[in-house]
Structures are given as structure tokens and as C-alpha cells.
Write a protein that binds this ligand. Structure first.
Ligand code: PRX
Length: 635
């Protein structure tokens, strides 16, 4: 390994970490630690779990008695909040900053020490209890990127309830169906949020969603924008009003729960049908996310860490809320858009707060790269020491820009491959790993990955195949809410003993994994995961549409964009205004991120003889590629 950071051309494009990065690393010898984790995972994870607080120790580290429903730390009792907040209050971290938050306008900065975070979470927990929320209930949270979103999540966990956060960029139908599936009785929302200087009217969207479902009894509304909103008497309560209720200011103990108690569900898109509620639990998720965070970002008490994702996605759950707090770190959260009001917004905040670790997505990097180097170059970014990427494959051009222009060739880029279902990083470099731009490199500790061919054998080096994980890990999803069969079907039906991720990948001669993309009908738009089925069902809910197909086509900044093909009902004629109306309709039902870039009208959709839409064919035609095997096409 070289002492200086930089490229060693003879080995292809490999970037080696600098000596200072190596000196700082929690793990200096990946190979031996990885070997230990694979040879004896029970000992490996058991030893790590000992570092956390448990009110009762587990009987078994790993329970595989009912595959594929794997359990970890069974018999153990703890609460993720005991470890994310309570235990820090007994140390110097009590007065350490847990969170620094800046509003989009920049006029408002709020900071919370672990002590004051605890106070906020207790108040929110008491509010939930006063509304009758009990252990095992699922509370839906629909919020902008404000500290109260974090408090609400932690409050649910503290009292043993689960949260279901619906990303604030989702809209009416997406929210309604998630509330209904979770059977939530309480919704936590805000009057609105800010995005690019404009108010997003969250409460109005929530009101429309509430009219479409029948389970919510109480709605807690946090005031953020202060604009006029409708409040339904007996159902809607201002959070700040509830804070004056005496019981809210009482102490609140952190409920001790079984390790396997549900911590949250998070809906994500799959191949077919409605989004599925992926389940994660207190024990295994806690141990795994905290450990990945510690080693991949080499976190120290001096760090100021910024994950620029939204807390409403798994990246935010694991790496804005839980893992940083479990490590007693200081996080930064920013409310708004990266280029608002100018493209230097992020760089300015890195300088202002002395951010040391920045974790973001390729789409954001490509978006900011477009504005040129002068914007970041105006700022002192020398506080940065590690960079991170997640959400989709990062193209080498964006990787290099990130590494050179933002990281000044001193900060290794942690390209972390993982999923909502995996809970935490799965394939990722450590800061000491030699890097190849575009590769997520090697598996994390305890993760046994392979790339298989269609027969289920390891694919030859360099050849594309199906990405699988051969052994369960502590943060593996515990199933899909209300639908154990779908869990088995989707992830365990092809290889039965291996978790199928739904991605294709290849392995190079050094054992590095190069993730290529989704194998199924999931489209990644700006890193957000959307299912073709959801977009199609939003389209057919419009009175003009008889049938619809959605596909993802490559895009320079967003990774992919959505193109739709619709067959109109009799009596409707194709027009430009109908195209606009359909785009708007999808945006209203699912959210602005799902808005199709293009809507094409067709007389009929290409289908197989069994009636399945041949999206592959539509895609090949749109890209001008060979149409491939058409033998199953219905004439
Ligand atoms: O296709 C992979 C892609 O994102 C999918 C998971 O999406 P989601 O559940 O929304 O979680 C995103 C954040 C963890 C994966 O199946 N993906 C995620 N990270 C990477 C990636 N593809 C390539 N490289 C990555 N680093």
C-alpha cells in the first residue's frame, strides 16, 4: 500500500488511502476481521453486542430455527433508545451535540445536546402515550426534514411502539395506503415544509389522505411554516398545544422490549403490487447499523457527520437517526434543497459547521457537478475526511469529481451498497480499502456475498450475474407486514437458502463487486425507489386511462427517469394537455418524484400470451436497441 493518497495506474484505476486515513482507522486489517466474522458469526456478533446495554442478556445470538425468518439475540431485552440516548447521559456525551439543524432559509439554526434530545423525546413520548399509543402499535409519521421528525421516531421506539415514516415527498394515495396497511391510529405530521423557498402543504395532503382511509383517530400537527391550515376538531391537535398538558412534562422511562420487537416498518417498492412494509427490530438492527457506521465512517467523538438523505428513507432511518446516535456522534441535518438559493449551499454549510464526513447520493453529486468547480472551490472544505455514496451505482466520472473537487484527493469515497431490506451497509469499502471508482468493493463483516449465474453457480469472474447473500446478518429484514408469504416469495424462492437482493452485479479478479442495477421492475429515480406497478396503478386511476406501462430510461443526473405508455379509454383523445394532466395526476397520487418525464399514447401495449406487459420490449424500442426474444409476444 502506498503512503500517499492517489492512483496507482498499473493496477487499473485503484485509489489508495493516505497514511493519515489508515492511522485513524478503527479497523486496519479488513481481511482478518472479515475472516473471523464469517468463520464464527455468533462469536463475532455476540462480542460486539456485549458493548451495548441490555436489561437482560440474550439466550441465543442467532436463531435459524424457522428459515427464512431469522432472529438475532433472542431472549435478550433492551431498547434501541437505551443505547442511542440513555446510556450517553451517564457520560461526557450528555453535553455533546447530538444534532445541529439548519433551516432552508438559513435563518434558523437549532442545536440539541444528548441531554436536550432526551428531553424532547420524552415530551413526544408522553404525547403519544396520552393519545393511547401502546406497545406494538404502528404510528405513521409524515413530516418535513425537521428535528421533530427525529424526536417522533425516537419517541415511538422509547415506548415500544413502531413507527412507519412516510417520506414527506410522497403524496395522497401513497400516504393513505401506507396508513391503512399499518392500521395506524395516530398520524404525526406538520402544517407544511419548505422546499426551494416554497411551502409544501403537507397537512392538506394529509387531510386528503385521511379522507381515503379509516383508521386514524388522532393527528398531531407540528407547526413549521405557520400558514393557515384546516384543523379538524376532535381529531387534529397542535403539538405545541399538547406540550402545555402537565402529563407531557412528566418523566418517561424507556420501555425494555424483546430484541425481536418491531422497531419500525418502512414501505418500499417491489416488483409487483402495492409497496411492502419491511420490518426491522430493536436488537439486531441496533447492533448491525451501529457497527457498520463505526467502521465505514471511522467515526470519532470529534466528528461532525452529515448524511444529506431524508430521514424518511432507510438511509435516514439507519444513518441519520439510529447509527449516529448509537455511536454518540454529532450529526448535521439540513432542511432544504442542495442548490437553494445557490449551488454552493452545501459547500457553504460544510465550511460553516466543519463537517468531517459527508454521505450523499450519486444523483446529488451529478446534479451539483453540473454547476462547475467554482462553487465548491469558493469554500474551505478541508474539514472533510471521508465521503460516502449510496442509492445507485456511482459513475466513475461523478466519483472522481466527488473525490477530487470535494475531497481534494484526501478523502476516501465509501460507496455503500445496501437496501431498505438489509437495514445497513452490505457491500462497502472501509476507509483503508483500496478503491476502484464505481465499485462498492468488498462485503462488510459477516456478509457472505456471491454473484450467481442462472443455474445458481458462482458466475465466472467479470460476468454479470445475480447478487445473493449467502448467510443472514443481524439487521436482515424480519419480513413484510401482514405478508410472510410475499417475503418468502420475493427474496427466498429462487435459491431458498440465499437472500436474493434483486440486483445484478459482477465480481472482478480482486473479488471486488460491481453492482449493475435492478433485475426487476423497480426504477431508481434520483436514488428513490419506485415500482412500475405503483406508477401504472396511479395512471389507471385516472378516468381517461384503460391500461398503462411504466419503464425507466437512463438519465444523466437522475440515473433514470420514468417513461409511460398508456392506452386510452373509448371516448378520450390523445392531446398535449392530457399528457400534462396525466403527469400531474401521478404526482398528486404518489408524489413529485414519480412524475413521468414522458407519456406516450398507444393503441395497445405489447404483452406476453399470458397477459404480462413486456416492459423489456418497450425499453428496447425506446433506446433503439435490438428487441431480443419476442417468441412470447402476443400478436
Ligand atoms: O439497486 C440497488 C440500489 O438501491 C437498491 C436499494 O434501494 P433502497 O431500498 O431504496 O435503498 C437505498 C439506500 C440503501 C439496491 O437494490 N443501490 C443502493 N446503493 C447502491 C445501489 N446500487 C449500486 N451501488 C450502491 N452503492
Amino acid at each position: 500500500m502506498s503512503d500517499e493518497a492517489g492512483i496507482k495506474q498499473s493496477e487499473g484505476e485503484v485509489y489508495f488511502p493516505s497514511q493519515s486515513v489508515i492511522d485513524n482507522a478503527h479497523c486496519k486489517d479488513y481481511d482478518s476481521m472479515y475472516k473471523r466474522s464469517i468463520e464464527d458469526p455468533e462469536k463475532f456478533w455476540g462480542d460486539i453486542a456485549e458493548e451495548f446495554e441490555w436489561s437482560q442478556k440474550w439466550d441465543k445470538v442467532y436463531d435459524e430455527s424457522t428459515p427464512p425468518f431469522f432472529k438475532w439475540f433472542t431472549g435478550g431485552k433492551t431498547n434501541i433508545v437505551t443505547n442511542a440516548i440513555d446510556r450517553h447521559l451517564k457520560t461526557f456525551r450528555k453535553n455533546k451535540l447530538a444534532l445541529i439543524w439548519e433551516s432552508e432559509s438559513g435563518d434558523d439554526v437549532r442545536t440539541y445536546s444528548y441531554f436536550s434530545l432526551n428531553r424532547e423525546v420524552i415530551k413526544f413520548a408522553n404525547v403519544l402515550k396520552s393519545m393511547g399509543v401502546q406497545k406494538g402499535d404502528i404510528v405513521t409519521i409524515y413530516m418535513p426534514r425537521v428535528p421533530e421528525l427525529m424526536f417522533a421516531m425516537l419517541a415511538c421506539a422509547k415506548i415500544g411502539a413502531a413507527h412507519s415514516v412516510v417520506y414527506g415527498g410522497f403524496s395522497v394515495e401513497a400516504l393513505a395506503e401506507r396508513i391503512e396497511d399499518a392500521q395506524s391510529k395516530v398520524l404525526i405530521t406538520a402544517d407544511g415544509g419548505y422546499m426551494r423557498g416554497k411551502i409544501v402543504n403537507l397537512k392538506q395532503i394529509a387531510d386528503e389522505a385521511l379522507a381515503r382511509q379509516g383508521t386514524i383517530e388522532h393527528c398531531v400537527v407540528v407547526r413549521r411554516t405557520g400558514h393557515e391550515i384546516y384543523m379538524e376538531p376532535g381529531r387534529d391537535y397542535w403539538y405545541h398545544d399538547l406540550l402545555s398538558v402537565p402529563v407531557v412534562n412528566q418523566p418517561c422511562e424507556t420501555e425494555q422490549v424483546d430484541a425481536e420487537t418491531m422497531l419500525f416498518i418502512l414501505y418500499t417498492s417491489g416488483t409487483t403490487g402495492r409497496p411492502k412494509g419491511v420490518i426491522h427490530t430493536h436488537g439486531g438492527y441496533m447492533v448491525y447499523t451501529a457497527t457498520t457506521f463505526k467502521y465505514v465512517f471511522d467515526i470519532n467523538d470529534e466528528d461532525r457527520y452529515w448524511c444529506a438523505a431524508d430521514p424518511g428513507w432507510i438511509t435516514g432511518h439507519s444513518y441519520i437517526v439510529y447509527a449516529p446516535l448509537l455511536n454518540g456522534s454529532t450529526s448535521f441535518m439540513y432542511e432544504g434543497a442542495p442548490n437553494f438559493p445557490y449551488p454552493n449551499r452545501w459547500w457553504k454549510m460544510i465550511e460553516k459547521y466543519g463537517i468531517t464526513i459527508l454521505y450523499t447520493a450519486p444523483t446529488a453529486i451529478r446534479g451539483l457537478m453540473r454547476f462547475g468547480n467554482a462553487w465548491p472551490n469558493r469554500h474551505d472544505l478541508s474539514s472533510l475526511r471521508i465521503l460516502g455514496s449510496v442509492g445507485e451505482p456511482i459513475n466513475p466520472e461523478a466519483w472522481k469529481w466527488y473525490y477530487e473537487v470535494i475531497g481534494k484527493s484526501n478523502c476516501p469515497v465509501m460507496d455503500t451498497w445496501w437496501q431498505t431490506e438489509t437495514g445497513g451497509f452490505m457491500i462497502t469499502p472501509l476507509p483503508v480499502t483500496p478503491l476502484k471508482p464505481g465499485s462498492a468493493t468488498r462485503p462488510f463483516f459477516g456478509i457472505d456475498v456471491d454473484v450467481l449465474d442462472l443455474d445458481g453457480k458462482s458466475a465466472p469472474t467479470g460476468e454479470e450475474g445475480i447478487l445473493v447473500i449467502k448467510k443472514p446478518w443481524p439487521a436482515i429484514m424480519r419480513g413484510i407486514l401482514h405478508d410472510p408469504e410475499r417475503y418468502k416469495q420475493q427474496y427466498w424462492s429462487k435459491y431458498t437458502t440465499m437472500y436474493e437482493a434483486g440486483d445484478s452485479a459482477r465480481k472482478d479478479k480482486d473479488g471486488y463487486i460491481w453492482v449493475i442495477g435492478r433485475l426487476d421492475d423497480v426504477i431508481k429515480v434520483s436514488g428513490y425507489r419506485l415500482g412500475t406497478a405503483e406508477i401504472e396503478s396511479a395512471l389507471v386511476s385516472h378516468s381517461a386511462v384503460a391500461e398503462a406501462a411504466a419503464i425507466g430510461l437512463p438519465h444523466d443526473v437522475k440515473g433514470h427517469v420514468i417513461h409511460c405508455y398508456v392506452v386510452l379509454r373509448a371516448g378520450y383523445a390523445a392531446s398535449d394537455s392530457l399528457v400534462e394532466e396525466l403527469k400531474k395526476h401521478v404526482g398528486h397520487e404518489i408524489g413529485p418524484i414519480a412524475k413521468p418525464e414522458k407519456v406516450n399514447f398507444m393503441d395497445s401495449l405489447p404483452k406476453t400470451r399470458s397477459g404480462k406487459i413486456m416492459r423489456r420490449l418497450l425499453k428496447a424500442r425506446a433506446l433503439g436497441l435490438p428487441e431480443g426474444d419476442k417468441s412470447t409476444l402476443e400478436e
